[in-house]
Design a protein around this ligand. Structure first.
Ligand SMILES: Nc1nc2c(ncn2[C@@H]2O[C@H](COP(=O)(O)OP(=O)(O)O)[C@@H](O)[C@H]2O)c(=O)[nH]1
Ligand SMILES: [Mg+2]
Length: 367
C-alpha cells in the first residue's frame, strides 16, 4: 500500500514538473503593469485579471511589488510564487528588472501602453505612464523611464487576443508595459478561480498564526469584517443608485439576482449584532474576531450579545494582510459585500480552503 502511494506521488511530481517545463517553453514575451488603482483588495482583483490576460497571450506576467503606506513590498514577500508558477509563467518585478530587462527591454527601447477607447470622448491626448502619483512612484522605484508610448484600443477579453498578437507581436514588442492593470474591477467571474494559485508566503502565514495564537490560542472563532472608515461612508452613499457596486457580485451574484441594500455596504449596529447572533447560534462559537479599518464595535458586540457569552477580539495588526489571513482561516466568516478586501477573504475561503462565507445585508448563504 505504502509503495503504491509512493509511486503515485512520484508520478504526480513528474507530471507537475513536465507541466512546468512545457509552460516555460510555451511562453514568450512579458507583461508588466502598475498596480495603481485603489488599495490591496482592488489590486488583488486586478492581479487575477492580469494573470488571465497574460496566460491567454502566453506572455510571462511580471508580478509588481505591492504599493503600501510604507513603500513597496516585493510580491514574493507576501505570496508564494512557486505555486503561481505551476499555473503560468511569472517573474517578480525585481528579478525582471535586474536579470531580464537588460537584454529583453533595454533602455532606449521601452514602450509604454495606455488604453484609449476606439470611440467616444476621451480627454487624455497624451499617453504618459509616469504622470502623477502613484504612477511615477511605481516606475521610479523600478528605475524605469519610457522612450516612447502608444495608445491601444483593444480589450483584454478572449475576443481580442488574436488582435493583440497581430498588432503587438513578441518580436517587435517583447514587453507590453501598461499604465494600469490589463484587467477589470471587479474581477470577472471566470477569473475568480485563479485565486487557487495565490497562496500566502510561509512567513506571512507564520506571522498571522502567531497572532491568532496570542489572541485566541487554539479556540474556534468567527471572523467579522467591519468596513466602516470615512472613505467608506462616502462610497456607500452611491449604493441606492446602483444595480451592482464595486465587489457586490461576490454576494449578489454576477447576474444581479439581488438588489443592493445599505446593510450590504454599511450595516447598522443592530444588523451587525443580528447577523453575528445568527452565526453564533448556528456554530456555537462565541469568539468573535473583528477586523476593521476603523470602528471595531467591540463593546457593542459584547454588550449586545452578552446573553450568548460572546467575547470580541480586535488585534489591529500593523500589516492589514494579517487580518486577511486570520479571517480566511476562521471557522466562520461574515464579510462586507461591497468591499474588495472582504472579496479576497471570500475567494481564498472558497477556492483554497473550501469554507463558506456570509455577508451583511443578504440572507442567503452565498457559499
Ligand atoms: N487591517 C485592516 N485593514 C483594513 C480592513 N478593512 C479595510 N482595511 C484597509 O483599507 C483598505 C481598503 O481598500 P481595499 O483593499 O481596496 O478594499 P475596499 O476599498 O474595501 O474595496 C485595505 O487595503 C486596508 O488597508 C480590515 O478589516 N483590517
Ligand atoms: Mg478600495
Amino acid at each position: 500500500m505504502l509503495l503504491i502511494r509512493f509511486v503515485l506521488v512520484i508520478l504526480w511530481l513528474i507530471a507537475a514538473c513536465d507541466k512546468i517545463t512545457s509552460l516555460q517553453n510555451d511562453y514568450t514575451g512579458y507583461i508588466i503593469y502598475c498596480p495603481c488603482m485603489g488599495r490591496f483588495g482592488n489590486q488583488a482583483d486586478h492581479l487575477l485579471g492580469s494573470l488571465a490576460f497574460a496566460h491567454k497571450l502566453r506572455r510571462t506576467l511580471v508580478l509588481p511589488a505591492w504599493p503600501t503606506m510604507r513603500g513597496f513590498v516585493e510580491f514574493d514577500e507576501w505570496f508564494d510564487i512557486d505555486i503561481l508558477q505551476t499555473h503560468q509563467k511569472v517573474v517578480t518585478a525585481d528579478t525582471f528588472i535586474k536579470d531580464i530587462a537588460p537584454q529583453v527591454w533595454p533602455v532606449g527601447k521601452r514602450v509604454g501602453f495606455c488604453y484609449k477607447p476606439a470611440h467616444g470622448s476621451y480627454t487624455q491626448d497624451k499617453c504618459d505612464l509616469k504622470q502623477g502619483s502613484p504612477f511615477s512612484d511605481f516606475w521610479d522605484h523600478l528605475n524605469v523611464d519610457f522612450d516612447s508610448t502608444e495608445f491601444y484600443h483593444l480589450t483584454y477579453s478572449a475576443a481580442d487576443i488574436d488582435s493583440w498578437k497581430e498588432l503587438y507581436p513578441v518580436n517587435k514588442y517583447p514587453v507590453l508595459a501598461f499604465r494600469g492593470a490589463p484587467a477589470k474591477y471587479p474581477v470577472l467571474e471566470e477569473n475568480v478561480k485563479l485565486q487557487r494559485y495565490l497562496w500566502w508566503s510561509n512567513q506571512m502565514v507564520e506571522a498571522a498564526s502567531r497572532l491568532i495564537y496570542s489572541h485566541l490560542q487554539n479556540e474556534s472563532y468567527i471572523a467579522v469584517h467591519l468596513r466602516n472608515g470615512p472613505d467608506w461612508d462616502n462610497a456607500c452613499s452611491h449604493v441606492p443608485e446602483r444595480i451592482t457596486f464595486m465587489s457586490s457580485p461576490q454576494c449578489t451574484g454576477y447576474s444581479n439576482k439581488h438588489p443592493l441594500s445599505m446593510n450590504m455596504c454599511l450595516p447598522d449596529v443592530a444588523h451587525v449584532l443580528q447577523r453575528i447572533r445568527e452565526a453564533v447560534l448556528l456554530t456555537k462559537i462565541t469568539n468573535i474576531y473583528v477586523l476593521t479599518d476603523q470602528y471595531p464595535l467591540i463593546s457593542d458586540i459584547e454588550h449586545g450579545l452578552s446573553d450568548l457569552g460572546v467575547k470580541a477580539i480586535h488585534a489591529d495588526p500593523d500589516i492589514p494582510q494579517y487580518d486577511l489571513i486570520i479571517a480566511a482561516k476562521a471557522d466562520f466568516f461574515i464579510g462586507n459585500c461591497i468591499s474588495s478586501f472582504s472579496a479576497f477573504i471570500k475567494r481564498e475561503r472558497q477556492e483554497i480552503l473550501n469554507k463558506t462565507s456570509w455577508f451583511f445585508g443578504i440572507d442567503s448563504n452565498s457559499g
